[in-house]
Design a protein around this ligand. Structure first.
Ligand code: NAP
Length: 247
């Protein structure tokens, strides 16, 4: 029970990495708040499954790119729990295209969700953590935010934003007992990567030392470490979860 009784909000927890993270955190004793945007059925199924197994979870719909909706999410957490121990900024989208083919709408969408969403959630919930004088924030970056990737200028840049935001907010919030870290996953099998071509898959596999792709649970296990007291003196770090993938 590494996170017993901790109140933990995970954005984008209806599917993929967020869903696996919600499961492992609930199994380890926390009160999990499953945020979702469009996948209501998937979120409900998760919360029901956790409740059936005796774990504590609730769900709340909010588009993280909407200030009004993030405010409602914040008020929900404040009224229901009165505190927040861990915020996991996981919600994200990926869009791939060569620079010349990239649509302005795609630029705006990725900035709205991957960057503004992280900023809004951090701003609302860090205020609560500052009052508590404690808290942990975990952001979901990506290995491509560190190295860049062909055909992924927008997505890579949005994840570089996550990395910069993580390091700067760790410096700013440390004085309030708040740690801020990020995970930087490599290729993880989820809805986000299902349409990846065989050619790219083979190329990535050949560059991955562990010779397998990651699972959402591989990332969730690192989220568990960063959510628990085991990581109390870890802050401002970008932790790769990529099976030693050489970009
Ligand atoms: P996924 O399976 O596509 O799941 C994405 C999640 O984000 C869904 O739960 C979705 O919720 C949520 N989401 C999207 N837009 C949202 C919004 N506006 N407001 C609230 N929630 C929103 O993707 P994943 O692979 O689990 O990715 C999770 C995170 O890991 C992302 O930040 C992604 O960039 C990052 N990442 C993934 C990989 C990978 O290889 N898969 C690698 C590196 C980093 P709804 O369906 O309910 O809208």
């Amino acid at each position: 029970m590494l996170v017993k009784d901790k109140v933990i909000l995970i954005t984008g927890a209806s599917r993929g990495i967020g869903r696996a993270t919600a499961k492992i955190l609930a199994e380890n004793g926390s009160h999990v708040i499953v945020n979702y945007n469009s996948s209501e059925n998937a979120a409900k199924e998760l919360v029901d499954e956790l409740a059936t197994n005796g774990y504590v979870a609730s769900m709340f719909k909010a588009d993280v790119s909407s200030e009004d909706e993030v405010k409602k999410l914040f008020l929900y957490v404040k009224e229901k729990y009165g505190r927040i121990d861990v915020l996991i900024n996981n919600a994200g989208i990926m869009k791939n295209s060569l620079i010349m083919m990239t649509k302005t709408q795609d630029f705006e969408k990725i900035v709205e969700i991957n960057c503004k969403g992280l900023f809004l959630c951090t701003r609302f919930f860090s205020k609560m953590m500052m009052k508590q004088n404690s808290g942990k924030i975990i952001n979901t970056a990506s290995i491509v935010g560190v190295y860049g990737n062909y055909g992924q200028t927008l997505y890579s840049a949005s994840k570089s934003f996550v990395i910069g935001y993580t390091k700067a907010s760790a410096k700013e919030l440390g004085q309030y007992g708040i740690t801020v870290n990020a995970v930087a996953p490599g290729f993880i099998e989820s809805d986000m990567t299902t349409n990846t071509s065989e050619e790219i898959r083979n190329d990535l596999m050949s560059k991955t030392a562990l010779k397998r792709f990651g699972t959402p649970k591989d990332v969730a296990k690192v989220m568990l470490f960063l959510s628990s007291d085991l990581s109390d003196y870890v802050s401002g770090q970008i932790i790769g979860v990529d099976g030693c993938e050489i970009m």
